[in-house]
Design a protein. Structure first.
Length: 108
């Protein structure tokens, strides 16, 4: 499955992306391993959708970014955006699995 997701950043803006491993990608955002969100942590997952193929997910991502992520959320999800429930496996993997940088070195 491919996921299209939206994060709320600590400066109250939003970031939209796609991934085939939402757990790993969320951890990367939280740990500062993503260039786009590195300086705006912590992040919260506020919207998530699953797709069967990359093409469909990419089309939605482009549509969201074209309209403006925050504007799209207000129009399509609602203005009062609660923090999305983060599945236990994401939290568990943050605590128990070692993280690696892009060069494969373990991050402590």
């Amino acid at each position: 499955m491919i996921h299209c997701y939206i994060l709320k950043l600590n400066n109250q803006t939003h970031y939209c992306g796609i991934t085939n491993n939402i757990t790993k990608r969320f951890i990367q955002h939280q740990c500062g391993m993503s260039k786009s969100t590195k300086y705006y942590r912590p992040v919260s997952l506020v919207w998530l959708s699953e797709f069967y193929d990359m093409k469909s997910a990419r089309l939605i991502e482009v549509r969201i970014k074209k309209q403006g992520v925050t504007r799209w959320l207000i129009k399509n999800v609602g203005i009062n955006l609660p923090k999305l429930y983060v599945p236990k496996e994401i939290v568990t993997s943050v605590i128990h699995e070692p993280l690696h940088d892009r060069m494969g070195h373990t991050i402590e």
